[in-house]
Design a protein around this ligand. Sequence first.
Ligand SMILES: [Zn+2]
Length: 430
Amino acid sequence: MGIRLTLFFMASLGTIYDLLILKVTDEKRKEPLPASVEEIYTAERWKTFLAYKKDMRRPHLFLRALMLALTALMLFSPFFYWLEQFSGNVYVHTLIAAFLVETIPFLCQLPVEYDVTFRIREKYGLNRMSRADFWKDQIIGWLFSVFLALTLYFLLTWILESLPQWTRQYQISFLQALLIMALIAGVLIVFMIAASFLSWRILRIQYHFSELEEGELRDQIRYLIRDSRHKVRKIEVYDESKKSTSKNAFVLKLLTYRTIGIADNFLNENSRRELLAVIAHEAGHLKHRRNIWNVLSIAGLFLLFLAGAFCLSKGGMIAQWETWIQEAFGLTLRNTVLSASAAGWFLSPIGAAFSVFRNFVSREEEYEADRNAVAEGYGKDLIQTFRSLSSDELIDVNPADLVEVLELDHPGMAHRIEAIETAMADLTHH
Ligand SMILES: [Zn+2]
């Protein structure tokens, strides 16, 4: 029982953390808005914003509690034991576990998601999705995540099953362990690249993409992306208006493949200069050169790689971990879903630290891309776009600094607009 309780405690850390974040957020919303964002919301609209956030709170907390309850059920019921009784084949009971661990939470969150979309988001005029589209997107999302989970757990199980043979019962040097780790990393990298290609294909099923027609706008965009480090293959418009009122543009980076996607809402509802301001921001991302933070990220991954090789070379630490977990659950065989989830919960503080760092790097790149829009002469228009979009989409324009540092991969609007204003002032002084 001790091990199961410890696992549950590690798994519930995320929920405790989430509640703390909500508390900090609530405190921050009591403060007046700083000057850079105070004009975004009228008094009336600000009330609407608070009401929207309040309405969203209940389903959010309910989902959190539900997921924690499902984790408890998985840990304290004989779930894994039953699966092993059902099939004595390592692959079969692992893959059934993977299927259920993806599918049961999916089915539980479905009614909540439905309620959020068609009651709450609808009430605030943020939803444009039809019921048919909702079901289609949900089912595609579920199929994709099941497919990924089954593939990943199949690969992990295969690696774990083969390790004793590859390592002659873990009697290997650090150098040999490095070679085996390189093989494992290679398999996982190929898996991740394939997964991003697949998710890109799926996005193209969920949205209709069409090439932006030739003309003045396309020429202006081409001019803005003239310094992209890789050739931009496509400039496309997608039908976000079928799903929401959200305005967005993105650059897709897959290896050296680059495309730009623009939400049709942007073309239909904003001025030309506002759209170009956002494209100038995206052009900043396309120009981005690897900096010290990117190098440090890669160094971090390399350290992880070395740590993996170290575990491999140390007389089967992985095998000991699995045996320990199996005994706690009365299993005689490995269940990769259980041992990998357990390892994931134990390593989650390291994962959280890494994500704080990644968010920092991402926010820096957003500031950099904004400065590119300023340099192209679109500073004022970018601020104007952010202002109207924040009010229209009921965005929290003044997140607490702590929340921004821990959670956000984009700067909060207040900091972002301040930074653009500073960059514009610098530009006029030079
Ligand atoms: Zn960006």
